[in-house]
Design a protein around this ligand. Structure first.
Ligand code: C5P
Length: 229
């Protein structure tokens, strides 16, 4: 079966302090979004890309540096979760079969490699379990309370950083995200929703340079990583 990719790109990138949302900023000649889309277009098993942009977005049409018949553009919502949820509804209305593998990848992560995308998809194919790209934690991690007093111990060997893509069967993703919404759980990624709904999820260790562009420094870092991959 083919894989469907959802790329949430409807954020405004407040922390970037730029005129235009971070997914449209340039790294060299290319936009962040264009670079991200290219990674998925280069991985053949991805048959449909649902690109979620903001309804008030005036940039996509002007700044797009990639056009491809696999890409469908739909409107996003207020939060990332709303944007993902719009994509899920769109796919449901299009009659997507329940067991289709669906992955979600932040537009703001242009350094993901096609090799890591393949590694994740192969893991899913071999195990039939939801999974996501993750990176080990290199610093010591401490749990603190509201006034920043250390109040718990976390062994860093038992912690990973959640990156994207995150991948699951369409129906599992749909049900888990709906359940998280109904219960008003504050989940900031799909893995949290899947886990809350009782699904087992595997962390697949990927490259730590798969950063999420958030601040202006991240743009320079991403340019460096892309040049050295
Ligand atoms: O803001 P943050 O860095 O968490 O955004 C992660 C991804 O989610 C970005 O690619 C951003 O464009 C997207 N997003 C979205 N809809 C929103 C907010 C963020 O698609 N309302």
């Amino acid at each position: 079966t083919g894989i469907v990719a959802i790329i949430p790109a409807a954020g405004i990138g407040e922390r970037m302090n730029a005129e235009i949302p971070k997914q449209y900023l340039k790294i060299g000649e290319r936009t962040v979004l264009g670079l991200t889309l290219e990674r998925f277009l280069n991985y053949e098993p991805v048959e449909i890309i649902v690109l979620v942009t903001s309804p008030s977005d005036t940039h996509y049409d002007n700044l797009r540096d990639i056009e491809n018949e696999k890409i469908v553009v739909i409107d996003g919502g207020e939060e990332r979760a709303d944007s993902v949820s719009n994509a899920i509804s769109f796919l449901y209305d299009s009659g997507l079969p329940d067991d289709t593998p669906v992955l979600i990848h932040d537009a703001a992560r242009p350094c993901v490699t096609s090799t890591d995308i393949e590694k994740l998809c192969n893991h899913f194919r071999n195990t039939n379990k939801a999974c996501f790209l993750a990176a080990p934690v290199v610093d010591t991690i401490h749990q603190v309370d509201e006034d920043a007093t250390v109040n718990g111990f976390i062994d860093r060997r038992n912690v990973v950083r959640a990156l994207t893509p995150q991948l699951a069967k369409f129906i599992e993703l749909k049900n888990s995200l709906e359940e998280a919404k109904a219960k008003k759980l504050s989940v900031t990624d799909e893995v949290s929703a899947l886990k809350h709904a009782g699904h087992s999820v595997d962390a697949v260790i990927g490259r730590p340079d798969n950063i999420k562009i958030t601040t202006p420094e991240d743009l320079r870092l991403a340019a460096f990583f892309l040049d050295n991959q």
